[in-house]
Design a protein around this ligand. Structure first.
Ligand SMILES: [Zn+2]
Ligand SMILES: [Zn+2]
Ligand SMILES: [Zn+2]
Length: 315
């Protein structure tokens, strides 16, 4: 569900990052704006408040995207959903790169916190807020929204930023797979705890909290399964003579790579990427650790790169 952008509108492009807005976002915005029209004297302020939320979420996501690029990772897409934004970031699989890519998002809210406070205080001290009460209330609400987003995102519930920061910190000690497993287990405990707390405080409707728990729970479960797969992969013997040109991980031994010409799976590193059944050469071999596809020659095996039409890998 997360990877699709077919339901989303292209909004704008900035420094190679395409921003999409999901159609449900408009529905949600309409609902939010129309149900809170008693907060201000005019609905225009509700719209302004919602747009401010939009900008804050966008800045947060750009924080993730630019930090990810700094680490040498890939980040070219941001999608805005009713329940928040998603920056599609692929940092190199290293603890420090992951940590910076995730931490930079909430860091944007940390920077905005005093900035928005100063603006609200300035408006109060100059009497502007007294003359235009709606404006004063608006400034306070924007500060409050940013604060709320910061607190929520820092909850240690995977896949929220707080949960992913926890995972990256654990990665330094426990390694890639085990850190993900521990972080997702903490997420499974934290998610119902958060839901009960939110419901007891009646700080959100049952439907919104239910949707959020379902959505976060699905992501947490996917993370847990990924951790299990990574742990299984760690136990498989490796080809010591080869290393991924991107993440430097050694490829596992075994019939993992698929020949698209004959449909057989074979060990690309045992045969120099030549299918033993039909002699077709894989044009690129995919890394099971980071997903990079590179010709076998780039895999530091000492062999030359080859090219052939037809086969694709499916791992
Ligand atoms: Zn974030
Ligand atoms: Zn790799
Ligand atoms: Zn074949």
């Amino acid at each position: 569900m997360l990877s699709g952008t077919s339901d989303s509108f292209r909004f704008f492009r900035f420094r190679g990052i395409q921003v999409y807005v999901h159609w449900m976002w408009f529905l949600w915005a309409f609902y939010q704006i129309s149900t809170r029209n008693r907060a201000y004297s005019s609905i225009v302020w509700n719209i302004a408040e919602y747009l401010a939320l939009f900008v804050i979420v966008l800045l947060h996501e750009f924080g993730h995207a630019f930090a990810c690029r700094q680490t040498g990772g890939k980040a070219d897409k941001i999608v805005l959903w009713p329940l928040g934004g998603v920056a599609f970031v692929q940092p190199p699989p290293r603890a420090a790169a992951e940590l910076w890519s995730i931490a930079a998002g909430p860091l944007v809210n940390v920077v905005l916190f005093p900035v928005l406070m100063v603006v609200a205080v300035w408006s109060d001290s100059t009497g502007l807020s007294a003359r235009v009460p709606d404006f004063g209330k608006f400034l306070y609400m924007v500060w409050w929204i940013n604060r709320g987003l910061l607190i929520f995102n820092l909850l240690p519930i995977y896949p929220l930023d707080g949960g992913q920061i926890l995972r990256s910190l654990l990665w330094f000690k426990l390694g890639r797979a085990r850190s993900l497993q521990v972080a997702t287990i903490i997420g499974f405990i934290g998610l119902p705890t958060f839901a009960f707390y939110a419901l007891s405080r009646s700080s959100g409707s049952l439907i919104v909290i239910g949707l959020m728990v379902w959505f976060l729970g699905q992501q947490c479960l996917a993370g847990f399964r990924h951790a299990k797969a990574l742990l299984a992969l760690e136990r498989v013997p490796r080809h010591v003579g080869a290393a991924c040109p991107e993440c430097r991980e050694k490829p596992p031994q075994g019939p993992i790579w698929l020949c698209a010409s004959c449909g057989h799976r074979f060990d690309a590193f045992a045969t120099d990427a030549v299918c033993p059944h039909c002699q077709t050469v894989l044009p690129a071999v995919t890394c099971v650790h980071c997903g990079t596809a590179a010709p076998i020659g780039r895999w530091q095996t000492g062999s030359r790169g080859r090219a052939a039409d037809g086969p694709v890998i499916d791992v």
